[in-house]
Design a protein around this ligand. Sequence first.
Ligand code: ADP
Ligand code: MG
Ligand code: ZN
Length: 478
Amino acid sequence: MDKYIPVIGLEIHVELKTKSKMFCQCTADYFGKEPNTNTCPVCLGMPGALPVPNKKAIEWTALIGRALACKINRVSKFDRKHYFYPDLPKGYQISQYDQPIAIRGSLKITKSVPVHPAGGIKTFRITRVHLEEDTGKLLHVGSDTLVDFNRSGVPLVEIVTEPDFDNTEDVKVFLEELHTIIRYLGVSDADMEKGSMRMEPNISVKKITSTKKQDTNISQNSNDQQRFRTQLRQGYDGRASQYDKLPNYKVEVKNINSFNYVKKAIDYEIERQVDLLENGETPMQETRGYDEKKGITYSQRSKEEAHDYRYFPEPDIPPMTFSKEYIEAINIPELPQEKVNKYVRLGLKINDAFIITRDKVLNDRFEKIILKIKQQDNVKVTDVSNFIINKKETASLTEEELYRKIKEFRKPKEIDEKEFDTSIKRLIEVNKKAVEDYKKGKVNALMFLVGQVMREMKGKADPKLVKDKLIQILNSKS
Ligand code: ADP
Ligand code: MG
Ligand code: ZN
């Protein structure tokens, strides 16, 4: 019987939240603006308009690269990528081709959170991180198509992975981790609903006949530095044919904006391609779209090759050089995975540590509160995570208020001794039967009395204390 192994590589686009666009002074915060009010000759591609690169965008791309353990190229440049589409007024997109800002990185995912009974850590290779400009946006109104150029020229980072994935569960966890990292870096909202993070999976299926051993070159998830080096020596041109032992076709599914849809689109593609292979056909190399409502992919265009884009160096922008000092000075904030490890050392369960690091806002809150912990308050780090994770009703409290609440919770309950005594004595009077039973040796009777006292004290008393006190009084009375 034949066996089929999915081969999946990812391209992820992230819009940077810089103040201005990539090559002009228009605001990069275009969302919700009146169409075509946020444009200028540069981002409209008027002849003669000169692009001036956004320093912050370059810095942030290098930061993303470093956070993904990439090497930052000492010399990097922009290239023109030519194609015709109504959302691209210049007829070319300023992008990066053979000298991207960052190359050869990796990202680890942890699969020990509850959704992954398998457990373990997997590493996926990052091919490159480059910087480009976003395009305009097409709006379909009735039978008309309108173009809004407000988004044109917004800084866009593209992250490309090696075809290291062989299942969609890993893809999803990887994308979630990447999303979290981007948010921690503070360089993008990575808001998928607004389209500031968009994903493009590339899928092929490799057929393996049972007589052959499974091809170890697939999804070994090792840091294949060797291949990277060879690739670099040959001059990276990013075509699938460069990878040996991979299927000689791939299908790219464009522009998906949810992790679940990415998963569904890939699952659909795997099935479609396996069906074709079963029938002795080879799937076509092409670009497809994903129809969320029907849950299917559909053909858009047969895939263009790099030479179709007529890439050439952008003549209006000199190459960028990054000094060693510049690269070393890039300051990567503490990333979620490091935080998970740190919290586990502080006593959190790994699942809680995971939950408390997923959301940047929630995590900031957690960190601020644990800084308030004072020894004499008797508060533990796990109290803070428990409150944040399990007591959702405390979400509206300020950090100060929440800490006070936790402190209150930890404070030994002070009870009025006189009130305590009176209430015990009264209950002994009222519950003569239970007292009798206790004296006859019925343990349940004592527990009943403890319950009565606790109720009377409205839960303020420590049950252990109540029990001891009861035993003491009852025994002295006999
Ligand atoms: P292109 O230049 O057509 O965009 P690249 O070689 O740059 O192609 O690869 C784009 C993405 O496709 C990368 O994420 C890469 O890992 C992935 N990829 C390459 N070959 C395959 C394949 N045979 N099957 C699935 N994905 C692939
Ligand atoms: Mg591509
Ligand atoms: Zn502009």
